[in-house]
Design a binder for this molecule. Structure first.
Ligand SMILES: O=C(O)CCC(=O)C(=O)O
Ligand SMILES: [Fe+2]
Length: 325
């Protein structure tokens, strides 16, 4: 039986191109409080990680989701995590600092009827804590264990990090504040929920349990799964470009999440399409970074790690790590 999903699907195909032009003209670039200090000036410390206690549950590989071909030449679908629930990644102090940093970034957020309507892009540029965390080798090793491949922060700055702020939708705009069904423009994505479950109702992270080619919003059948989060600092990792996902509307409170995107430096492949990126930030803002991205993607992995000032992370590091699942 056909069942209408309560979440709309974000623009695809030609309407994606239309939304790129709309984004170029939309007032979304106007932030809530221009000039506000967005940085808590807090430094990252690797002691904010609890890498030994990380628990990965509900782990699904791309093969489990039904993919037979790998989108990445260096790994098989069995080795690539499609989705995992992650808890115990951060210490209590780490969660406190991340929450503070992301609260503060809300002053720089902007709203539009977008996939995620209220968000602050390029959080690494405004927050010392988030920037230093993403450049930390210990953090990248923790993400490697979850993802199944060595990663670097995504070279496209505006896609690298984003803080989402969800509120209950306003009646006058059905699409406002809804995390619509979508795939991400980036592949390796860690969605860290920074609100306590008692701070909001609704807002479940949902995903489609199947390959993107099978996704039909009018016939989702039994393929929608949700990922409950039991405390702030818990995360949902996804292979964002190959997993349809969304966030159900909130009915109360506020849900804040920090979404981090990574790139595998051992493969020049990147799924980002110009129009996907431009639909987020507008055509003009995307042109120059797009060319820079093509150049960055072609750099050897060792250069990419070196430019961050850290020793390269390799597949050997994956073999030497243990994870409780
Ligand atoms: O807030 C979340 O948990 C996920 C949001 C999301 O899918 C996105 O920002 O692309
Ligand atoms: Fe997403």
């Amino acid at each position: 039986m056909k069942r209408q999903s309560e979440l709309p699907v974000f623009a695809q195909g030609l309407s994606r191109i239309r939304s790129a032009f709309q984004a170029s003209m939309s007032p979304a670039s106007r932030c809530k409080h221009p000039g506000a200090l967005l940085d808590t000036l807090q430094h990252w410390s690797d002691s904010y990680l609890r890498s030994d206690d990380v628990c990965i549950s509900a782990h699904r590989s791309l093969a489990d989701l039904g993919y037979t071909q790998s989108p990445l030449s260096v790994s098989m679908p069995e080795q690539l995590t499609a989705l995992a629930q992650v808890s115990g990644l951060f210490s209590d102090q780490g969660v406190v600092q991340l929450r503070r940093a992301c609260y503060q970034l809300e002053a720089g957020s902007s709203t539009s009827s977008w996939i995620i309507s209220n968000r602050t892009r390029a959080a690494t540029e405004s927050s010392t804590l988030v920037r230093e965390m993403m450049n930390s080798r210990a953090f990248l090793l923790a993400v490697l264990r979850i993802a199944g491949v060595p990663l670097v922060p995504h070279p496209f700055l505006r896609a690298r990090s984003q803080v989402n702020y969800f509120y209950p939708p306003q009646v006058h705009d059905a699409k406002a504040q809804i995390g619509m069904w979508h795939t991400d423009g980036t592949s390796f994505v860690l969605n860290i929920v920074l609100s306590e479950p008692d701070e909001y109702d609704g807002g479940a992270f949902v995903y489609f349990d199947g390959p993107v080619e099978h996704f039909d919003v009018e016939d989702l059948g039994q393929h929608v799964r949700s990922c409950p989060v039991s405390t702030s600092g818990d995360a949902v990792y996804i292979y964002g470009s190959r997993v349809f996902h969304g966030v159900r509307p909130l009915t109360r409170g506020r849900r804040m999440s920090l979404v981090l995107s990574f790139h595998c430096p051992y493969s020049p492949e990147d799924v980002n399409k110009f129009w996907h990126l431009a639909s987020d930030d507008g055509v003009l803002k995307t042109i120059r970074p797009w060319f820079r991205l093509q150049r960055d993607l072609a750099r050897p992995a060792s250069d990419q790690y070196q430019s961050m000032g850290i020793a390269p992370i390799t597949f050997a590091d994956l073999a030497s790590t243990k994870v409780s699942r």
